[in-house]
Design a binder for this molecule. Structure first.
Ligand SMILES: [Cu+2]
Length: 151
C-alpha cells in the first residue's frame, strides 16, 4: 500500500510540469456543424482557432464519423458558389481565425453515421507546432448559421 501511494503522489507532482512543457497551444472554440439536409452524406464544421504567443498552422483534421475530413474554402466563381480544398491554415500569434458559413470550413464527406440535430461527434485538429486538439462538435439544424442561433 505504501509503495502504491508513493507512486500516485509522484505522478500528481509531475502533472503541472508536463502541462507547462506542452506549450504552444492552439485554443479551439465554438465548434459546430450543420446536420446534413435529408439523406446527405456530407456536411461542414465551423469553429474558431486562436494560436497563443507563437504563430501556428492548422495542417490536418480527422473525425471517426466521416470517410474524409478536409479544410475547404467557399468562393464565388462568376456568381456561382464553389468550394476548393485548402492545404493548411496559418494562425497568426494571438489572433482568432474563424471558420464560418460562406468562407473557410471543415468539409466532412462520406459520413459513416447519421449526424442528427442535437447529437455531437469528436473532431481532432492537427497543428504544425502544437499538440493535436480534440473537440466535441454539436450538430445544429440543417439551416443553422451558428451556435447562438436556436438550433
Ligand atoms: Cu466544402
Amino acid at each position: 500500500m505504501i509503495g502504491r501511494r508513493t507512486v500516485l503522489l509522484a505522478a500528481a507532482a509531475l502533472l503541472p510540469a508536463a502541462a507547462a512543457a506542452q506549450a504552444p497551444q492552439v485554443q479551439v472554440a465554438q465548434p459546430w456543424a450543420r446536420a446534413p439536409a435529408g439523406a446527405g452524406r456530407s456536411t461542414a464544421v465551423y469553429l474558431s482557432l486562436r494560436a497563443g504567443g507563437t504563430a501556428d498552422r492548422l495542417i490536418g483534421v480527422a473525425t471517426p464519423v466521416a470517410g474524409m475530413a478536409m479544410l475547404h474554402e467557399s468562393f464565388q466563381d462568376h456568381g456561382i458558389a464553389r468550394m476548393r480544398m485548402v492545404e493548411g491554415l496559418d494562425l497568426p500569434a494571438g489572433m482568432t481565425v474563424t471558420l464560418k458559413p460562406g468562407g473557410l470550413h471543415i468539409m466532412l464527406t462520406g459520413l459513416k453515421q447519421q449526424l442528427a440535430r442535437g447529437g455531437s461527434f469528436p473532431l481532432t485538429l492537427h497543428f504544425a507546432n502544437s499538440p493535436p486538439v480534440t473537440v466535441t462538435v454539436p450538430v445544429l439544424a440543417p439551416g443553422a448559421s451558428g451556435p447562438q442561433t436556436p438550433g
